[in-house]
Write a protein that binds this ligand. Structure first.
Ligand code: PMP
Length: 366
């Protein structure tokens, strides 16, 4: 049997594993930070209508610039942050993973470096590797917050071409305040002109406001967003960014032509028409997230304060063994490889009850 390493593959990919959250058939799946609520039926109908319309034009390539969709996304950002965002400041792609890939293709690449504060979203380092960008792991404190001085020192030492700050952070749930981001942005710009990406995939679940107002007057700052979480549309694959229009122009240099299909654009537009309904689910999930925090703490677990739709809990002597025991109770959570900790996504009230029952029960088994 031919193995990957028998192929003339790039050296930096030898011996590596792909991104892989286990997709197991378990009654309660709380492992990938998905929104547990299916899209409401009126929205499903609207998607069908819009997609039917789009299907009539599938002989043609899609709108390469996705202007209508970007206009609607800009309106969503303007409305939810209170800061005006223009269509030219917004770019959309197939999930924020693709947004990040396009940013690294344009601003990273061979001979360049990207730095993030770990533990954080593993795809930042994996996409860096895939684009030939050298990854640098920056520090985080023991309580998973970003220590400003340590972070500034790492930036000054490594002078990265791209910096990632994830707020709220995955898998820890911790958010970063605006002062910290500004301080790190300034440290990064002092080291060399570099692209500073704030990944706000979970921001709609946060206790803190979006960092979008910081974009004004900072052309090297980028905000990355997604419809996978708050809009409950992980299957849609729609991510977007907000930045100076020049960043959008830079990304256009590397994107594949017609990367966003007409079907994707039609579906995302339908979902945006139902923003208010979808944001009501976000409020329910925030309350459920807080209930998980309280429930875990009263069951005797340590919990990292969460601004996301998931909660990091521990501590376990052997987190993988704990993961397996919870799985034995029919609940799939996530072992992100952070020693001593596991992560659970906020599900429906019934799913969260099942999870809390399981973790109370295993307290005795561990
Ligand atoms: N950023 C963060 C921090 C994430 O956790 C995720 C998904 N788990 C993404 C980006 C990617 O989301 P998507 O590609 O679905 O937009």
């Amino acid at each position: 049997m031919t193995r990957i390493d028998d192929l003339p593959i790039r050296d930096e990919l030898r011996g590596k594993s792909p991104y892989g959250a286990p997709q197991l058939d378990v009654p309660v799946q709380l492992n990938t930070n998905e929104n547990p609520y299916p899209l409401p039926e009126p929205l499903v109908e609207r998607i069908a209508e819009r997609v039917r319309e789009a299907a009539r034009g599938l002989n043609r390539y899609p709108d390469r610039e996705a202007v209508e969709l970007r206009t609607r996304l800009a309106a969503y950002l303007t409305r939810t942050t209170g800061h005006p965002v223009e269509v030219g400041q917004v770019w959309a792609a197939n999930g924020s993973n693709e947004v990040i890939q396009q940013l690294l293709q344009a601003f990273g690449g061979p001979g360049r470096t990207a730095l993030g504060f770990e533990p954080s979203y593993s795809m930042h380092s994996l996409i860096s590797r895939g684009t030939g960008t050298t990854w640098i792991s920056g520090p985080r404190d023991a309580d998973f917050t970003v220590d400003v001085e340590a972070a500034r020192a790492a930036i000054a030492e490594h002078r990265p071409h791209v910096v990632f700050v994830t707020s709220p952070n995955n898998p820890t749930g911790t958010a970063v305040d605006a002062d910290t981001v500004l301080s790190l942005y300034e440290a990064a710009q002092a080291a060399r002109p570099s692209l500073f990406v704030v990944d706000e995939a979970y921001v709609e679940f946060s206790h803190r406001p979006s960092l979008l107002p910081l974009l004004a007057g900072r052309p090297n700052l980028v905000l990355s967003r997604t419809m996978s979480k708050a809009f409950g549309a992980a299957g849609l694959r729609l991510g977007y960014l907000a930045a100076d229009p020049a960043v959008v122009d830079a990304v256009r240099l590397v994107r594949l032509p017609y990367h966003l299909s007409s079907v994707t654009q039609a579906t995302a537009l339908a979902a945006l028409e139902h923003t208010d309904t979808l944001l009501k689910y976000v409020e329910q999930l925030k309350a459920e997230r807080d209930r998980l925090v309280t429930g875990l703490r009263s069951a005797g677990y340590e919990v990292t304060d969460s601004d996301a739709n998931f909660v990091q809990f521990g501590r376990f002597e052997d987190s993988h063994a704990a993961w397996q025991t919870i799985l034995g109770h029919g609940v799939l959570v996530r072992d992100n490889g952070v020693p001593g900790w596991l992560r659970v996504s906020a599900g429906t009230p019934a799913e969260n009850d099942a999870f809390l029952d399981a973790v109370r029960a295993i307290k005795k088994e561990l």
